[in-house]
Design a protein. Structure first.
Length: 211
């Protein structure tokens, strides 16, 4: 793959999260009864709900595609070692997972048990969050690379913070109190990391093209 293409694939880490965030805000704004504090983001794309297609086809699916592209750029950028590349592969899986949950919407309210489509959505959602968190452990690889070293500590802190938010999210599932807040804090931490690393990767590929 040409370096120019890889440069723009890296920007998927910026554009994907931005698109997802904007789409979420728009869809939530069209639902007066929706709460960012208590409701899942997936409820905006739930089967049979207003503007579900907008959330799924403009939010989940294209954002997942761009995040997977970002992960691919990182995979090709990092040393050809399994331990170095494994976290970036997990980012690709996270992006692919977003695409899947966009195709397989949850039922209204995103219950734990429901239709086959709902159950597929539910079974995919949890593991892909964990993939993204483990993906941010790229900081362990960054520490050994001069160009990336300044991001290694930030990456580890992001992984720890996002894991704490995931635990809080899981703990809130029975009560549904603050579930939306914990999910958004989790995604904010991960998306910010994607964006910062994506821009850094973009600059890296750009410098390689100019050489």
């Amino acid at each position: 793959m040409e370096k120019t293409s890889l440069k723009f694939l890296a920007l998927g880490g910026v554009i994907g999260p931005l698109l997802f965030t904007v789409t979420t805000l728009i869809c939530a704004g069209l639902r007066p009864d929706y709460s960012h504090i208590h409701n899942f983001i997936s409820e905006l794309g739930a089967t049979g709900t207003p503007n579900a297609d907008l959330m799924n086809w403009i939010g989940f699916i294209p954002s997942g595609t761009m995040i997977s592209s970002f992960g691919l750029s990182l995979t090709l950028l990092l040393p050809k070692k399994i331990l170095a590349r494994s976290p970036s592969v997990l980012i690709i899986i996270f992006g692919l997972g977003l695409i899947v949950v966009g195709f397989f919407s949850c039922d209204e309210g995103c219950p734990r048990e429901g239709s086959l489509e709902n159950n597929i959505h539910d079974q995919i959602s949890g593991p892909i969050f964990l993939c993204a968190i483990l993906g941010s452990l790229l900081g362990l690889t960054f520490r050994r690379l001069p160009y990336w070293r300044k991001l290694w500590l930030y990456s580890i802190v992001s992984a720890i913070l996002s894991f704490v938010f995931l635990i809080a999210l899981i703990d809130s599932l029975d009560s549904h109190r603050f579930t939306g807040m914990w999910q958004r804090l989790l995604l904010l931490t991960l998306f910010l990391w994607f964006g910062i690393v994506g821009l850094h990767a973009f600059k890296f590929w750009h410098s390689r093209i100019l050489v």
